[in-house]
Design a protein around this ligand. Structure first.
Ligand code: AMP
Length: 295
């Protein structure tokens, strides 16, 4: 496996069908499942590690974001990566950019409302990664369901010749969705954080049990979440449009965002109204690699 800092080096190493897994590093089993999926169906797996300053609203969230490139390189290699590209901010932005990729209505609600400018930052960086790496396929987690919808919309509108692959959420053994930010939770806050996923599972159970309405499902989620979590939103939204819905129909996701202290977490489950089943993701059997090394 090779570790490089610039896109020209990536392109010189790429051969055959190229799969890209964009990440912000501090890898966990969710990222590794994307890398494994890419390794299974492409010839060259490129993992990008870049903590994107454009997508952080709060300076403290950016500065406290966990980073460990040596750890990421070892994990990416073990999961099947061929190239890790870890560009510095100077490589990504040699001059202050004049161009922003801004996706419309799909980026407006939920994360867009609560993190103004966030999706402009995401779309701009993903477009740069697509242009710089030139992948045939790009792998994203449904953990960020709205982000996946934003990326799909951008790929359609800007005619990127890239197949976007969405993959299931990987959860810790107790159900908490894996996130690099989980390492910032104290033991007490982690117990509160897990109620985000417990709320979603209560909503999922109600959805599967029959004819609950959107409002009833959202109510069941909210009731199950710890009062110590500051919930920003609970919504059911269309998987393609990310538009919050007042009725069930088609493929939707039940999404939640909340803050536990200064750690903001998101989670969701996918609702299939055709079969009335829920994709809740997968769970690890034991502790995540996030906590190895005593952090
Ligand atoms: P991040 O490093 O948080 O920007 O995430 C990089 C990619 O990994 C994104 O496509 C995320 O949706 C995906 N990802 C993050 N956490 C998970 C998870 N728990 N399960 C599946 N995919 C995930």
């Amino acid at each position: 496996m090779r570790v490089v800092e610039d896109f020209a080096s990536v392109r010189s190493l790429a051969r055959g069908v190229v799969g890209l897994v964009p990440t912000m590093g501090f890898l966990h089993e969710g990222h590794l499942s994307l890398i494994g999926a890419a390794a299974a169906d492409t010839d060259t797996v490129v993992v990008s590690v870049f903590v994107n300053p454009l997508q952080f609203g709060e300076a403290s969230d950016l500065s406290s974001y966990p980073r460990d490139l040596d750890r990421d390189v070892a994990l990416a290699e073990s999961a099947g990566a061929d190239v890790v590209v870890a560009p510095g901010v100077e490589e990504m932005f040699p001059v202050a950019p004049e161009t922003v990729v801004s996706v419309g209505s799909v980026a407006a609600p939920m994360e867009g409302l609560h993190r103004p400018g966030h999706f402009d930052g995401v779309a701009t960086i993903v477009a740069k990664l697509f242009a710089g790496v030139g992948p045939d396929r790009a792998y994203f987690g449904r953990k960020d369901a709205q982000q996946l919808a934003v990326v799909r919309t951008m790929v359609r509108d800007l005619s990127f010749p890239i197949d976007v692959v969405g993959r299931p959420i990987v959860r810790e053994h107790d159900g908490l969705a894996l996130s690099s930010r989980n390492v910032r939770l104290s033991d007490a806050d982690r117990l509160k954080a897990v109620t985000l996923s417990q709320g979603l599972m209560a909503g999922a159970d109600l959805f599967e049990s029959g004819d609950a309405s959107v409002d009833e499902i959202i109510g069941a989620v909210r009731r199950r979440v710890s009062a110590d979590v500051s919930v920003e939103y609970v919504e059911i939204a269309g998987s393609e449009t990310a538009a919050p819905a007042s009725d069930l129909g088609g493929e939707q996701f039940l999404a939640i965002a909340g803050r536990i202290g200064d750690v903001r977490l998101i989670d969701n489950v996918t609702l299939d109204n055709g079969t009335r089943t829920v994709d809740r993701g997968t769970r690890l059997d034991g502790p995540s690699i996030l906590y190895e090394g005593g952090s």
